[in-house]
Design a protein around this ligand. Sequence first.
Ligand code: ADP
Ligand code: GLC
Length: 468
Amino acid sequence: MTIFHLSTECYPVAKVGGLADVVGALPKYQNKIKDIDAKVVMPWYNKHFVYDYDFEVVFDGFIHQGSNMLQVQVLKETTNVLGFELYMVKIPGLLDRENPYGYQDENFQFLAFQHGILHWLSAMKIRPDVLHCHDYHTGLVPFMVENCYEFEFLKGVKTIGTIHNGEYQGMMSWDMVSYMPAFDHYKWGLLDWNGFINPLASMIKCCYAFTTVSEGYLEELFVSFKGLESLVREEFSKAYGIINGIDTDVWNPETDPMIDFNFTIKNALKIKKKNKLKLCKEYGLNPELPLFAFIGRFATEKGADLLPDVIWRSIKQSFGGLNIIVLGSGNEYVERQMKELNAVYSNFATDIGYKEHLSHKIYASADFLLMPSRVEPCGLNQMYAMRYGTVPVVSYTGGLRDTVKDISTGGSGLNFTYPGVDDIIHAMSRGLNIYKDKAQMENLVLSNMKFDFAWEKSAEKYIALYNQ
Ligand code: ADP
Ligand code: GLC
């Protein structure tokens, strides 16, 4: 069975968040299953990876976007270094940029990506068994495959859509229709939601099946989905929740080249301390105190706006003291407050930016990882944390409630029901009590490291779904 994963991100080529981690790992694990050939198609980016590895041009052609004629090249990575075939779609001016997101003309960018992929496959007579679309950026593919004249050759190819984040739906005005490949206009209803072209809604309407990245998140979408609640209810018979795994080759404290001191479950208690000592020294923190960390985008869904209050209040209120370190970027207001708090409190440190190496060091050093998310479709940080012996302190939502049970019920971390400052601080103070009980803390560190979040099970679930 041949599967093409279509995505704007893929680790280690281009990463903004968890989507990249998933698309960089899932196909690799799928390829370990008999008779499965999973590949990835993504936009070309002007990033290290494309210069560090060799590519060959496997397709060179043109598409029409409105009255513009765009050159489309598809480049294949020749060494298969990632454990799957990687194809990158290059369109000068649109798909040859530094970053996946953040451009004014992203509607054109993502339309061109989807159009380019389907044009290439049709022209080269490549007919995969499954086109697996990830998030709204590829959400129009299920519609296009069935309805655009240009892709007649692909009609009937099965499409699966995975919703990694329903907060972003890619809505655009109907003016954009003239930039899409042609189709019978009476089919407009398959694209429309509330008077806009809505790629995520269209994906749900037109795909054969759609998945969310946890069961918990799927349940939540029925009642809270930025206006698409009734759609997901109507289409529930083709909805599946499949939890993400983690790539245990990349996220392995025993071999991880990004951390200072590698460790196994046998020496974790000693070596984790060494990592913590080094990190604390670097950031001027006190290694004797428990270390809480936050890693992530400064976005409302992540509860990042709550961090400033959580930081100063917990530092002021904590009995016996604690350290907090925050790595992230995004909302400017939060960034500014982080810097200001950094200047005031010696037991708070922050690093603003996206730093893959530092994130690994923090997972390997921290005692607790804080995730005050308001929305968390799956969340990978809590799983990485556990694998590195760190205790997650998380809000009870989406994938977090599926992966982190509260210690009071025999679980692996601390839950708080409502992501508000008081509840977060209360959960942190429970964490501090556990920390004081050396035996309990050590047990938790070791049992968390044993959790099995490997991709194998979920990769099988996707294959079962494709077969179905
Ligand atoms: P999301 O995709 O919503 O941001 P996930 O928990 O699924 O959340 O994945 C986040 C991924 O991005 C993890 O691999 C995490 O370590 C990484 N990450 C987030 N922010 C940063 C940062 N500032 N520096 C390095 N890695 C980061
Ligand atoms: C999205 C979600 C996150 C999830 C990731 C990978 O970015 O916000 O919760 O883990 O996708 O599926």
